[in-house]
Design a protein around this ligand. Structure first.
Ligand code: FES
Length: 131
């Protein structure tokens, strides 16, 4: 049996107060945190918010703090963790709710600071040379 202590807070809800909520779930073979969180949401608490996109360790959207260390929920096997697991949202990102953070806003801000695009140095690009 696994015990999950999950940070719950919805900044958009004035009645919401940050707190840890505990859920118990039976561990299954090959269970990842992604699978566990989906089971918690499907079986125990449909209000739990968290993010996933690729489920393959590529996009980073499932990043969260797992027992005090940042990790990817879709790549973390529960069998590699102790029976008591604490989950919290990544710091430094705007919190949307519970474990869900606004990575898009962070990426946009980083892109604007780094300007990772081709700079023309004041000259117009001669597109006719590309034909
Ligand atoms: Fe994309 Fe986990 S869902 S890295």
């Amino acid at each position: 049996m696994l015990k999950f202590h999950i940070m719950r807070f919805n900044p958009a809800d004035p009645a919401s107060v940050p707190h840890l909520q505990t859920y118990e779930l039976e561990q299954t073979m090959g269970m990842t945190l992604f699978i566990a969180l989906n089971e918690i949401r499907e079986q125990l608490d449909p209000s739990l918010a968290f993010d996933f996109v690729c489920r393959a360790g590529i996009c980073g959207s499932c990043g969260m703090v797992v027992n005090g260390r940042p990790g990817l929920a879709c790549r973390t096997l529960t069998q590699d963790l102790p029976a008591e697991i604490s989950l919290a949202p990544l710091p430094a990102f705007e919190l949307i709710a519970d474990l869900s953070v606004n990575t898009g806003k962070w990426m946009r801000g980083m892109s604007e600071r780094l300007e990772p695009w081709v700079h023309s140095l004041g000259q117009e690009a001669d597109l006719s040379r590309l034909a």
